[in-house]
Design a protein around this ligand. Structure first.
Ligand code: 5MM
Length: 341
């Protein structure tokens, strides 16, 4: 393993003012997104949509440090025959790949999930490297509800995350470690903090046991937010302060960067929270975005599967990328959203 090369890539992924585009929706998820805009989810439409994102020069060159791809996309070619991976590289961005194979019920833990995909990973990783991937992503899902999460679910998922991360590094690929605590429940922000703290501490313990080099990874956590069904809302400042405090307690300074998931927050909330955290400042790691929905909801709606809407979709994507890039610097202002509207 060449750790200084892994460290260089991890730092580039969280370079100031830049963040990651999570475009790794699995077939089921992209179908849901396309259903919402009344577009058939077939190979050509998925290619056309992702091609328009990767050809958004403004966003890609200035604000997108890397793109997480789904297996289908990493092998696909643009309409003119250029591999999609090349489009990303030509924009100066880094191609990455989702390597988990989704979740299944965890035995004896009702309502809880374990992420699959370790079998065969040692043979898949070198092929992805050869295809251009310099980082990978694995997402573990932890739900909050009555009597959950269990220790078994947290420990099993943390163990799998660490096994994946170790395998990535020996294959010269930077692992994004994503333990997502869902915001689906009716819990308040303090319960989210409590569970996320447990999950992060267990994850870093497993990373330590399995000798993962922290300098060569990126963490992709949820923010500390109340559940969507919670009666108690939290202000932007409260989310920022509680998230930063939590992360400082759990994430060693050797980790080059933290790139948040958006998790179902609105576009503007995800931006405002990231901005408020960076405004707090004095952080030991880079703090940026690795958003899926909060970067793509607007361009998907603008595109709606029509060729004549490609430019509008690219503008919508570039706008969200610019807003989040500014938030990663702590330089975003809500006026900038209004101006664009
Ligand atoms: C883009 O969504 C990713 C793929 O999800 P599935 O495997 O469920 O299809 C997802 O892993 C994503 O990278 C993260 O959850 C962050 O996305 P959001 O939308 O929460 O920012």
């Amino acid at each position: 393993m060449n750790l200084s090369e892994l460290n260089k890539i991890a730092k580039a992924m969280v370079a100031p003012g830049k963040g990651i585009l999570a475009a790794d929706e699995s077939s089921g998820t992209i179908k849901k997104r396309f259903d919402a805009i009344k577009v058939e989810s077939n190979e050509d439409n998925r290619r056309d949509y992702r091609e328009l994102l990767f050809r958004s020069k403004d966003a890609m060159q200035k604000r997108i440090s890397g793109v997480i791809l789904y297996d289908e996309t990493i092998w696909q070619k643009a309409k003119d025959g250029t591999p999609l991976v090349k489009l990303i590289e030509q924009a100066g961005s880094i191609p990455g790949i989702k390597v988990d194979e989704g979740t299944k019920p965890l035995p004896n833990c009702p309502g809880e999930l374990i992420t699959y995909g370790l079998d065969g990973l040692p043979t898949r990783l070198p092929k992805y490297y050869e295809q251009g991937a310099r980082f990978a992503k694995w997402r573990a899902v932890i739900d909050i509800g009555a009597g959950i999460p269990s220790y078994a679910a947290i420990a099993t998922n943390a163990h799998a995350l660490a096994r994946y991360a170790a395998l990535c590094q020996v294959n010269q690929i930077v692992p994004i470690v994503e333990p997502e605590v869902l915001m689906d429940g009716d819990h308040d922000i303090d319960r989210c903090v409590e569970v996320t703290e447990f999950v992060l501490k267990e994850t870093f313990q497993q990373l330590y046991y399995q000798k993962v080099a922290l300098e060569g990874m990126v963490l992709k956590p949820n923010m500390a937010v109340p559940g969507k069904k919670s009666a108690k809302k939290a202000s932007v400042q409260e989310v920022a302060e509680k998230t930063v405090k939590l992360l400082k307690e759990c994430v060693p300074a050797a980790v080059p960067g933290i790139a948040f998931l958006s998790g179902g927050q609105s576009d503007e909330e995800a931006t405002a929270h990231l901005d408020a955290m960076n405004k707090i400042g004095n952080l030991p790691w880079g703090l940026t975005f690795s958003y899926g929905r909060a970067l793509q909801a607007a361009p998907q709606k603008a595109w709606s599967g029509k060729n004549e809407n490609v430019a509008a979709a690219q503008r919508a994507f570039s706008h969200r990328a610019e807003m989040n890039g500014l938030a990663a610097l702590g330089q975003w202002k809500s006026d900038l959203e209004k101006k664009a509207a």
